[in-house]
Design a protein around this ligand. Structure first.
Ligand SMILES: Cc1cc2nc3c(=O)[nH]c(=O)nc-3n(C[C@H](O)[C@H](O)[C@H](O)COP(=O)(O)OP(=O)(O)OC[C@H]3O[C@@H](n4cnc5c(N)ncnc54)[C@H](O)[C@@H]3O)c2cc1C
Length: 334
């Protein structure tokens, strides 16, 4: 590991200032559960690490006029404990599914959203795109955990975030500050992610000197005639701490038993969270039944492009979508 400076700002403005120095060769430290792995393996070599955990405005969950603001430094434990999040079932299900007291205590929402890929070629020093002489190692190599969508190149890794699919299905936005001192941006989370075309790009739109401060969630109106239902279904190999092979998150607006609004987002199947408009279209205007959930799941994977060793992920993704839909309407009996 190379030497680096350590900075501990107390405000968002101070954090931007610290992140901008050294020509932006800096890194944000939140819970550190992955950042320290990246530093130890020399996969990143920042000149300065900026610890955002002492910035009060980034901690916890607060109600605002049109919804909720979740601070980027909010831990998974805080997500689980917050009564404000009780209507957002899919988010609590994901925080709970981590099955690790240590990660739940230390890991943060911002760290999850900005997590770099777990692709073994990247983690072994072959760059974000996992290439040698411009040739992708995953294309003809060990690609059983790689993408089945959005993999026409050059990126073939899968997005690591577990919260992003569920947050996108809820219509969440992400608040960014920097790189200019007074620059603040609120963008739909869906547009935050990038399918990189070169090693110069990363997995998000974040520029050097810019970081995530909050996630905004729309309000859930308990008296609305359209009931907001949601669920996430992740398929993991292990009962304990593990990365999903594929996941799906759905949010449904239902009135009189009929689906009036639908969002279906898959995770761990593409270099970005993967929104399935096809699956949502199947659900619209219909009553959820097992057959309808199966049709939506089929539509979600109809255009998958599996690699040489990961055809099995198509079946898993299909099952995850079907089960997330049934779980949202409380019809999942497994
Ligand atoms: C041994 C080990 C195994 C793990 N295995 C799993 C697993 O199997 N499944 C699983 O889901 N999780 C796993 N995790 C947890 C994983 O690291 C989490 O996803 C966690 O939520 C990351 O949050 P963090 O706050 O610790 O992030 P950090 O490690 O602090 O940061 C992660 C990345 O995000 C960037 N970042 C953090 N916050 C921001 C921000 N606000 N703005 C911009 N960039 C930011 C950092 O610079 C870094 O690149 C594991 C962790 C460890 C230590």
């Amino acid at each position: 590991m190379i030497n680096f400076e350590y900075a501990q700002p107390r405000t968002e403005a101070e954090a931007v200032e610290f992140l901008q120095s050294h020509g932006g060769q800096t890194a944000v430290l939140a819970g550190g559960t992955d950042l320290f792995n990246l530093l130890r393996s020399d996969l990143i070599a920042p000149k300065r690490v900026v610890d955002i955990k002492r910035i009060d405005s980034l901690k916890g969950i607060q109600q605002v006029s049109d919804g909720l603001l979740i601070g980027a430094a909010t831990t998974l434990d805080e997500i689980l404990a917050s009564p404000l999040l009780s209507p957002y079932h899919s988010l609590r299900q994901i925080a709970d599914a981590h099955h690790s007291m240590q990660i739940q205590a230390m890991g943060t929402v911002g760290g999850d959203l900005c997590h770099l890929p777990n692709c073994w070629y990247f983690r072994n020093g072959y760059g974000l795109l996992g290439t040698v002489n411009g040739e992708s190692l995953a294309a003809d190599g060990r690609n059983q955990f790689h993408a089945i969508f959005g993999n026409r190149g050059p990126a073939m890794f899968v997005s690591a975030s577990r919260f992003a699919p569920a947050l996108i299905a809820w219509g969440a936005k992400v608040r960014l500050v920097g790189p200019a001192p007074d620059q603040v941006e609120l963008m739909p989370l869906e547009y935050f992610y990038v399918n990189p075309k070169t090693d110069k790009q990363s997995v998000t739109v974040l520029q050097p000197g810019q970081f995530v401060t909050h996630v905004w969630l729309p309000a859930v109106e308990p008296t609305s005639p359209v009931e907001q239902l949601s669920a996430a279904y992740e398929v993991l190999q292990l009962e304990g701490l593990d990365w999903p092979l594929a996941s799906a998150a759905v949010t449904l607006g239902v009135s009189a038993g009929i689906v009036r609004e639908a969002q279906v987002v898959l995770g761990h199947v593409a270099p970005t969270p993967w929104v399935s408009l096809d699956a949502a279209t199947v659900l619209m205007g219909r009553e959820v039944t097992v057959e309808l959930a199966e049709s939506a799941a089929e539509a979600a994977v109809a255009h998958a492009t599996p690699l040489s060793e990961n055809d099995y992920k198509v079946s898993i993704a299909r099952a995850a979508v079907k089960r997330a839909i049934l779980k949202a309407v409380d019809m999942l009996n497994v």
